[in-house]
Design a binder for this molecule. Structure first.
Ligand code: GLN
Length: 223
């Protein structure tokens, strides 16, 4: 294919990604890049063989097969999501089935209830979270946890001023606990994770999320 032809084709279809996608379908995973450690998530996504797409603006959500909301500061996320008019857009995508993976503060903004706070949020998952649940002395620590859906070996979980999930609704499946506290849960296409899987070399949790994105992409394409 000559350069000009290729560019004509890209212009016609609109995005180079659409051309690459067939026939072997490369998934495009959006990473919300308003704040926090989105670069680490983008690297994990690329290591999983997908295209990582930085998203900030409403139109950038078009054509992504899933969304990761990284760790950072949930109050800042909420304010920025409101300012960029993203709350409605992300809710719309989630309700149409797009998988969302919220890690640490990403998990907080996914929750319907945040203990003692009315900060802005997506209110998508039927869970209650408690922010900074491990207290001030141990703001950060690492530990191995068992995650049944990933199998052996245990997963190295990095907790940084982490929340816990203190209530799950009937449609929510608990995927992992640490000292009897819920730290990973799934409600259909939504995953809330209290720790930081992007700060390890273990791709399994991202791969698990990407498998949801793949199913969603295939469904959308009628496959
Ligand atoms: N404590 C932060 C909050 O409440 C979350 C910390 C993190 O994302 N590592 O949003």
């Amino acid at each position: 294919m000559g350069g000009k032809c290729y560019m004509d084709e890209v212009n016609r279809i609109g995005r180079a990604g659409d051309l690459i996608r067939e026939p072997e379908m490369i998934l495009r995973i959006g990473v919300l890049a308003l704040q926090g450690d989105f670069m680490e998530h983008m690297q994990m996504v690329e290591k999983c063989g997908c295209e990582a797409v930085k998203v900030r603006l409403k139109h950038e959500f078009e054509g992504i097969d899933g969304l990761i909301i990284p760790g950072g500061e949930s109050t800042t996320f909420g304010v920025l999501m409101e300012r960029y008019n993203l709350i409605q857009e992300i809710r719309r995508q989630a309700l149409s089935g797009m998988p969302i993976f919220g890690t640490c503060s990403g998990a907080i903004v996914l929750a319907k209830e945040i203990e003692g706070s009315n900060q802005p949020r997506l209110s998508l998952m039927d869970i209650t979270v408690r922010r900074n649940a491990f207290g001030r002395q141990i703001n950060s620590f690492e530990t191995d946890i068992d995650i049944e859906v990933l199998g052996e070996p245990p997963f190295r979980a990095v907790f940084i001023r982490a929340p816990i999930i203190t209530r799950v609704g009937s449609g929510v499946k608990v995927l992992a606990t640490f000292e009897d506290k819920i730290v990973l849960a799934q409600q259909g296409n939504l995953i809330a994770c209290a720790f930081h899987p992007e700060l390890t070399n273990d791709l399994r949790l991202h791969q698990y999320f990407i498998s949801l994105c793949e199913a969603y992409a295939k469904k959308r394409m009628g496959k």
